[in-house]
Design a protein around this ligand. Structure first.
Ligand code: HAM
Length: 419
């Protein structure tokens, strides 16, 4: 039986690369003083319709929703921000501490999309959310963090930061009417999705992947010209701070993001002009809409599959060196050796040494082959002769040196040589 369309299994070298990248992201998040949070994969469907947004493609077409055995309407999370906001509210985290709450997360998300390169139905996101800080400095710090991730992964030459301001919800409502007015004359020319976006959310017509080269999109009235001075001032301040930090960006007036909750600053880090690796922005009204608490917020989400793919493309040589290694491979040449091996491995493992043994009497040749496949450093051979003499043969597979050590305490010698 095959894995479901749009899903895949992660094992062998792929999981090593995936986790190496995730661990790098976690380390960076910790240097920014973000704390890890883990929320459920399933939530009430209502949470996503109220946060991600009824007018987003995600909620309208891509959710895995079902009634559970208690007739509750449940969905697999299509993104992680909504769950973090729910958790922030339901655990009353906001009342417990100071004025700034910073979280990072890593986990699966599910969207019923048409699978293609970099687009899965089950994928992983790493993200951060910062609550409680409405300053432009928090905007810039979060963007800086995403930018340092790109740099740390050595992708800066291939990735562009696109940035825009989408103003407040009230400003967007007015602008939506202006856009609707402009676009209504071109309805016949539009893809089916845009036809329905015209009513539901005309801003999304601006970043339609199908119609993006059409003249009526290029000629559309710009949001920037319909924003008030405080929105524009904030945007200008963010750009000055980014300049000051030497962070390159491209202003993109068509960037509106696919989720409904954003306001003011939105941004994306785009790889090779095609795949968005990181998407985020400010969402100051969401916590209030769900929990009646005034709590500004900003964050971003990274598609791990996409960032892994980009990393593999840009670092082919390094990726070829990522391999599983073990410290000691034990070879039992007689049944009597195995109980001794079990004890010995236990001693070494308690000291953090990675050990393994094939209990199949595949002989020295078979074991050696496996030891080499696993990039083992030492081979420990225990046969009839060795047991009789109270010895073990230890072979260093890198230097090819071989020595006989005392069966009673050879583990100490291994620990000493290993150090
Ligand atoms: P998003 O742009 O929908 O934003 O997703 C973030 C990232 O997840 C995308 O840039 C992309 O790399 C990855 N992604 C999305 N869909 C797929 C897919 N089907 N297959 C593989 N990767 C995918 C959010 O989800 C927001 N929650 C981000 C955020 C956090 N905004 C504020 N805080």
């Amino acid at each position: 039986m095959e894995a479901l369309r749009g899903t895949y299994d992660l094992y062998d070298k792929e999981i090593l690369i995936h986790m190496e990248i995730v661990n790098t992201l976690k380390e960076i998040a910790q240097t920014y003083n973000f704390d890890e949070i883990k929320t459920p994969l399933i939530e009430k469907t209502e949470l996503f319709s109220r946060t991600t947004g009824n007018s987003s493609d995600i909620v309208r077409k891509e959710m895995y929703s079902f009634l559970d055995k208690g007739d509750r309407n449940i969905s697999l999370r299509p993104e992680l921000t909504a769950g973090v906001v729910r958790s922030f509210l339901s655990n009353k985290i906001y009342g417990k501490r100071q004025s700034q709450y910073k979280f990072f997360y890593y986990g699966e998300a599910f969207r019923y999309e048409r699978p293609q390169k970099g687009r899965y139905r089950q994928f992983h996101q790493f993200g951060v959310e910062m609550f409680g800080d409405e300053t432009v400095y928090s905007d810039v710090e979060v963007i800086l963090m995403a930018s340092s991730i790109i740099k740390k992964l050595g992708l800066e030459n291939k990735v562009k930061l696109k940035i825009n301001t989408i103003g407040s919800a009230a400003e967007r409502r007015l602008y939506s009417d202006i856009l609707r007015n402009h676009f209504k004359n071109y309805k016949d020319d539009m893809c089916d999705d845009c036809k329905s976006r015209l009513e539901i959310n005309p801003l999304r017509i601006l970043d339609c992947k199908i119609d993006n080269n059409k003249e009526y999109i290029k000629d559309a009235p710009q949001l920037k010209n319909n924003l008030n001075t405080s929105s524009l001032k904030r945007y200008a301040e963010v750009l000055v701070l980014l300049d000051d930090l030497g962070i390159e960006y491209e202003e993109d007036t068509t960037l509106v993001r696919g989720l409904d909750y954003y306001n003011d600053i939105v941004f994306e880090f785009v790889y090779d002009n095609t795949h968005t690796l990181i998407g985020g922005g400010r969402y100051d009204t969401l916590v209030d809409e769900i929990g009646n608490i005034n709590m500004p917020a900003i964050g971003f989400g990274i598609g791990i599959e996409r960032i892994v793919e980009a990393f593999k493309e840009q670092h082919k040589e390094y990726v070829s060196t990522i391999e599983k290694t073990i410290d000691v491979m034990y070879v039992g040449l007689t049944e009597k050796a195995y109980p001794i091996i079990l004890k010995s491995m236990n001693k070494l493992r308690e000291e953090g040494v990675i050990c393994s043994c094939l209990y199949n009497k595949s002989g020295l040749k078979g074991n050696l082959k496996e030891a080499l496949r696993l990039n083992s450093i030492y081979l420990v051979i225990i046969g009839e002769d060795e047991i009789e003499k109270g010895e073990v043969t230890v072979k260093n597979l890198i230097t090819q040196e071989e020595q006989a050590l005392k069966l009673a305490n050879f583990e100490e010698d291994i620990l000493n040589i290993k150090d």
